[in-house]
Design a protein around this ligand. Structure first.
Ligand code: ADP
Ligand code: MG
Length: 293
């Protein structure tokens, strides 16, 4: 490897805010065949907003349910929890306390509020709790089919509401997928969100391969699976959940607006948080390698 080629590549990257940690990162960029992209906060803006709330037959009003849910979600650090708390505040929901809060990674959260057991999360969490969504199943499916994340709420073992949450795609996500394909790279979406929601969003972005409902601890194993046969895999992510996968990949790429944990685990940092810069990083790597031969 000639030091000049590496300096040129590093400089080209720096000019557009693509920071390579070292010469190895630059070389690895040249050889990537598969790019795995986290959904929330990477392909989407990571600013989820409540768009819908459908209530079921629990006997509680929408305002009462929102009060209970907000109390649970105020204790959670999940971005979806933030969206629900904001929505509750905008609706003038009073703050009440939750006790015995339990975070269930990849599923949701559970707590006790005013003597009620309140469960907030995905389908898997309600299954685990033995709660039948009943008439709310169709609202849940419709929300998922339109690209929303459907958050289910159960109060004392009864399905009480479905909350629809939308997270807008980043402006350049579809272009970034097209640019990667032009480089002959396969693009995969990796997410903890449910299959229907992820598939809808992936289709809008031109992504064929979706790996959904992956538990936070299993993202790195998914990378290892894609590496079978010696394929060179890059992972692009923003969250604490993504750090082990970023470390496991042949090239870890962190979104600059992401968490410090993700940035520390990565080989490349995209300071502009623009998915198009993933393709730029690979092109710079290829250009550098050509000069090194
Ligand atoms: P991701 O951030 O990729 O969507 P997570 O593993 O953090 O993945 O979460 C997976 C799913 O679990 C979410 O899509 C959501 O359905 C559910 N979930 C997790 N935490 C919460 C929470 N605090 N409130 C509601 N739903 C949650
Ligand atoms: Mg994310």
């Amino acid at each position: 490897a000639t030091p000049t080629a590496i300096m040129v590549g590093t400089g080209l990257g720096a000019k557009r805010g693509v920071l390579f940690r070292n010469a190895l990162a630059l070389e690895a960029s040249a050889r990537i065949e598969v790019v795995v992209m986290d959904k929330t906060g990477t392909l989407t803006k990571g600013e989820p907003e409540v768009t819908d709330m459908v209530i079921g037959g629990s006997g509680l009003s929408e305002a009462e349910i929102l009060r209970l849910v907000a109390a649970v979600e105020r204790e959670s650090e999940h971005p979806l929890a933030g969206a629900i708390v904001r929505h509750a505040r905008e609706n003038g929901t009073p703050d009440i306390a939750a006790t015995r809060f339990e975070n269930v990674p990849g599923h949701g959260a559970i707590a006790e509020v005013e003597g009620h057991r309140v469960v907030v999360g995905n389908r898997r969490l309600l299954d685990r709790e033995g709660v039948d969504p009943g008439a709310l199943a169709s609202a849940r499916d419709t929300l998922a089919a339109t690209g929303h994340t459907a958050v289910l709420v159960a109060v004392d073992g009864v399905a009480a509401a479905v909350i629809g949450i939308a997270d807008a795609p980043r402006e350049t996500s579809a272009d970034a997928v097209a640019a990667l394909r032009e480089l002959g790279v396969e693009v995969v979406m990796l997410t903890g969100d449910n299959h229907a929601t992820a598939a809808r969003i992936a289709r809008a972005m031109g992504i064929d391969t979706v790996v959904a409902e992956v538990l936070p601890g299993d993202k790195a194993a998914e990378i290892a699976r894609l590496q079978a046969g010696g394929r060179k895999v890059a992972m692009v992510g923003d969250g604490v959940n993504d750090a082990p996968a970023l470390a496991r990949a042949d090239l870890g790429i962190a979104i600059g607006a992401g968490t410090d944990v993700a940035i520390e685990a990565a080989d490349v940092v995209l300071m502009r948080s623009d998915p198009l810069d993933v393709a730029a990083a690979l092109r710079i790597g290829r250009g550098t390698l050509r000069k090194m031969r």
